[in-house]
Ligand binder design. Structure first.
Ligand SMILES: Nc1nc2c(ncn2[C@@H]2O[C@H](COP(=O)(O)OP(=O)(O)OP(=O)(O)O)[C@@H](O)[C@H]2O)c(=O)[nH]1
Ligand SMILES: [Mg+2]
Length: 435
């Protein structure tokens, strides 16, 4: 089982849960530990990770409007990002890069992609072919170099990598970025390691990058460890993320070698290279392409839940009046100016700009609420009701949560007016329901 698959299975355990208690967390963590351990993530790391998740999950109250599943996903996300390292910003300056990895990981293709990356940023690039075991390695890199429009050096038939590197350095001495391709093997054998050590000594690379295929899973940690022992890795590139692999092995690799992911590759073409983006990567790992939307909903809710109660207490706002007001605010361009003049500058921008589409959605959602729900926002926050309302209105659960979030913004806004009678008088002209 791929790590991502295991994580998704663990998270699925929380589907339908309405509260977070010690039992739910324990069960979730058990599944999470299984997933991590079967991906060869170090035992102590697994326990540290699950412990942190448990502490975080039980310490704070579940913010209103957020399901336990979304809340825990958010915590897992934060912890994974912490583990996987932050986004990488490559230095755009002269350097030497050595790529290593097992057979078929995507080294040669990645060499050319990196060459293009640096060339596009104004640095001249020279490629060196130090793959002395694969018969057509020379031609492959030569062709790719032509495509990327960068210099190529190789010595056909030569087996001495030290010699190739020395000649290559001479040949490319006017080039700013030098990238060296190396042999791949079916397994990590001594011959490959020795060869890499020789290249490392002669080439003196600034960056030593392990290239791993997104679907290697379990063995990635061990591989990273051994490559790291041999040459001291500085980074990891995960390839073939356009395929079925989710990159679960990268977690083990990154942890084993204590380095970050620098790039990801998402296709065979030379421009299919992206800078590593932790949010996107972990989202993919968790099988949640819309993770960003989920995170902002949860984080928003957490922020709101941390506000003092008096700040969110507002009278007379329920879902019926909310809709009317929202509609009024959307139409009221000048209202914004007026509020500005009255000294209210913190009206959330997205509340002033209600799109027709969103309003229609909100109308349908509110139409699907029961009478009681329309009067009591707390009811609507229950996960089972969110699901029912979304279904009934033909919208998604995140639409319902967006509405809840807007509702709370409105509440906050209105509570700011509670003690300002003059302002309320002005506003009541525009906003029915404002007393
Ligand atoms: N879909 C997809 N294919 C890729 C990607 N990167 C490389 N490939 C393909 O994977 C195959 C192997 O890539 P190579 O770059 O030759 O891999 P290598 O690590 O140099 O392989 P060896 O030199 O034999 O060890 C080629 O067919 C590439 O086109 C990627 O990000 N996505
Ligand atoms: Mg190759």
């Amino acid at each position: 089982m791929d790590l991502g698959e295991g994580l998704r299975k663990a998270i699925a355990k929380l589907t339908g849960a309405t509260i977070i208690d010690a039992k739910a967390i324990k069960e979730f963590n058990k599944e999470l530990q299984k997933a991590l351990l079967s991906s060869d993530v170090e035992v102590s790391l697994v326990y540290a990770l699950t412990k942190t998740i448990e502490e975080k999950a039980l310490k704070e109250k579940l913010p209103p409007g957020v399901s336990p599943k979304d809340y825990i996903t958010n915590i897992v996300y934060e912890e994974l990002v912490r583990l996987m390292g932050t986004d990488h910003v490559p230095t755009i300056k002269p350097k030497r890069i050595l790529l290593a990895g097992i057979y078929g990981a995507g080294k040669t293709t990645t060499c050319a992609k990196l060459a293009k990356f640096y060339q596009d940023r104004g640095l001249s690039v020279g490629l060196i072919c130090c793959d002395v075991s694969r018969p057509a390695a020379y031609e492959q890199l030569e062709t790719l170099a032509k495509q990327a429009n960068v210099s190529f050096f190789g010595m056909k038939g030569e087996k001495d990598v030290a010699k190739i590197v020395r000649e290559g350095l001479k040949q490319h001495k006017d080039k700013k970025v030098l990238i060296c391709d190396s042999s791949g093997r079916s397994a990590l054998d001594k011959e490959l390691i020795d060869e890499l050590k020789v290249i490392n000594k002669e080439f003196k690379p600034d960056e030593k990058t392990l290239v791993i295929n997104a679907d290697i899973g379990q063995v990635a940690g061990k591989q990273a460890q051994e490559f790291n022992n041999a040459i001291g890795l500085t980074g990891v590139i995960v390839t073939k993320l356009d395929g079925s692999g989710k990159g679960g092995g990268a977690l083990s690799a990154v942890h084993a070698a204590k380095v970050n992911i620098s790039f990801i590759a998402t296709g065979e073409k030379l421009n299919a290279l992206e800078l590593y983006d932790s949010k996107k990567f972990v989202g993919r790992l968790l099988g949640m392409p819309d993770l960003e939307a989920l995170l902002s909903t949860v984080q928003e809710a957490i922020k709101e839940a941390n506000l003092k109660p008096e700040e969110v207490q507002a009278e007379e706002l329920n879902f019926d009046t909310f809709y009317t007001q929202l509609k009024a605010m959307g139409k009221m361009g000048p209202l914004k100016n007026m509020m500005g003049m009255l000294g209210v500058t913190d009206v959330p921008k997205d509340m002033m700009e209600q799109s027709e589409e969103k309003l229609k959605k909100y109308k349908d959602i509110i139409g699907s609420m029961t009478k009681e729900e329309r009067k009591d926002e707390k009811l609507v926050r229950q996960a089972s009701r969110v699901a029912r309302i979304a279904k009934g209105s033909g919208t998604s659960e995140s639409d319902v949560r967006n509405l809840l979030s807007d509702f709370n913004k409105m509440k906050k806004l209105m509570s700011g007016f509670q003690n300002d009678r003059a302002m309320k008088k002005h506003l009541s002209k525009f906003m029915p329901g404002m007393k």
